[in-house]
Design a protein around this ligand. Structure first.
Ligand SMILES: Nc1ncnc2c1ncn2[C@@H]1O[C@H](COP(=O)(O)OP(=O)(O)OP(=O)(O)O)[C@@H](O)[C@H]1O
Ligand SMILES: [Mg+2]
Length: 369
């Protein structure tokens, strides 16, 4: 990412980066670190998190406004930044009919004909061009950091891709750094077939056993505490190297152990409290947002194991047809609970969710629920 930003700062082209991975692998941590680094390098950044139910223009507009107000304080960039603020005024006003959730302060009168068609694809392109021109003359770049990008509607994603394509073709210094669940890559491709030429999709996964060991052991060592090898092996096995789980196990084993070195039986005690804590928070918040039929669908997947699973096998486990389960599967994808690694396959987006489903719905006849 540092190389990509430096290339763009030198007026060269570079692909935007969209990190994809399951829940709790560290995408947000990485995104924020990249943003800090970008700020430290003197670039302009914006940070947006896409919630499930807000439109892209509503998310972008207030952040763009702040960025532009900031740029307008750079003497050379003032005129173009003000022009872009006029563009933003036209953009927000024209799209207000369609996207009622747009709320943004208007500092200047709209400029007739600038980003005010009322068509998102067209207007976002025009807006990004003026914003890019302002950043260019200010001799900086604008890096837009968007988390949870999989929640953005496909037609809005398409507009975003088109706008970035345009700035990239014109050599303007605007770049997107995004993060999302694994379904993001497919959504981008469906939104615009040329998306793969504009973006890299590095996949973020669990840590290797060696990296997981360091993540747990080093902070303890720094406090003068060590681990028995068997204790570390057990933590790595229980967490499967997923960063968020390593963090939880690290915390609970630290509290459970009476003295150094930390032993395997300390880990056993910690596992119980770590799992209880995860069940109450990490897993539970997701489970509580599900309808009864969605819960049953996920329970059927868990019955088959960690996955991915064929849609036909899930349907068989539920004694239903694949077609009749289509709507349930779609709504689970929309909620970000499952994704499709390959056509006809379904996998959990939350690591170890299958084990949780067994714990929360242990009833032998959950099918009749
Ligand atoms: N590099 C890291 N150093 C320390 N802790 C980390 C690191 N990466 C991840 N973690 C731990 O894992 C947790 C989850 O990371 P993060 O929130 O970035 O995951 P995520 O991939 O964004 O998950 P989600 O899809 O649920 O948003 C963090 O709160 C932190 O506890
Ligand atoms: Mg995150």
């Amino acid at each position: 990412m540092q190389v990509a930003l430096a290339r763009i700062a030198h007026g060269r082209s570079s692909k935007s980066v969209l990190m994809v991975g399951l829940r709790g692998v560290g995408k947000t941590v990485l995104l924020d670190r990249m943003r800090e680094d970008a700020e430290a390098a003197g670039y302009r950044t914006m940070r947006i998190e896409a919630p499930e139910s807000r439109s892209l223009p509503a998310m972008l507009a207030p952040q763009l406004r702040l960025t532009l107000l900031n740029l307008s304080r750079v003497e050379k960039a003032k005129d173009l930044a003000v022009k872009a603020l006029r563009g933003l005024a036209g953009f927000a006003t024209a799209l207000k009919m369609k996207y009622e959730d747009i709320e943004v302060g208007l500092d200047f009168e709209p400029e007739k004909g600038l980003a005010d068609n009322g068509d998102l694809e067209h207007d976002l392109q025009a807006l990004f061009e003026t914003v890019g021109a302002a950043a260019q003359i200010a001799e900086t770049i604008l890096a837009i950091f968007v988390d949870e990008l999989q929640y953005v509607a496909e037609d809005e994603l398409a507009s975003l891709i088109t706008a970035l394509h345009r700035t990239s073709q014109r050599g303007l210094p605007v770049v997107l750094v995004g993060a999302g669940l694994p379904q993001l890559a497919g959504r981008m491709g469906r939104a615009k077939s040329y998306a793969e030429r504009l973006f890299d999709f590095p996949s973020i996964g669990p840590l290797s056993p060696e990296a997981a060991r360091i993540a747990v052991e080093k902070p303890a060592n720094d406090e003068g505490v060590s681990f028995e090898q068997a204790a570390l092996d057990k933590i790595i096995q229980k967490t499967q190297g997923y960063p968020y789980f390593l963090q939880e196990w690290g915390k609970h084993v630290w509290n459970a152990a009476a003295k150094s070195p930390i032993t395997a039986s300390d880990v056993d005690a910690a596992s119980q409290s770590a799992i209880a804590a995860l069940d109450e928070s990490f897993f539970r918040v997701r489970f509580d947002r599900l309808t009864p039929s969605e819960k049953k669908y996920l329970r059927a997947m868990a019955e088959l194991g960690p996955g991915p699973h064929r849609s036909g096998d899930i349907a068989d486990a539920l004694e239903r047809t694949v077609t009749s389960l289509g709507p349930t599967r779609s709504s689970l994808i929309t909620k970000g609970m499952v994704w499709s690694p390959n056509h006809g396959d379904t996998a959990f987006t939350v690591p170890l969710f299958d084990e949780f489903m067994h714990r929360i719905m242990p009833d032998a006849d959950w099918r009749r629920l």
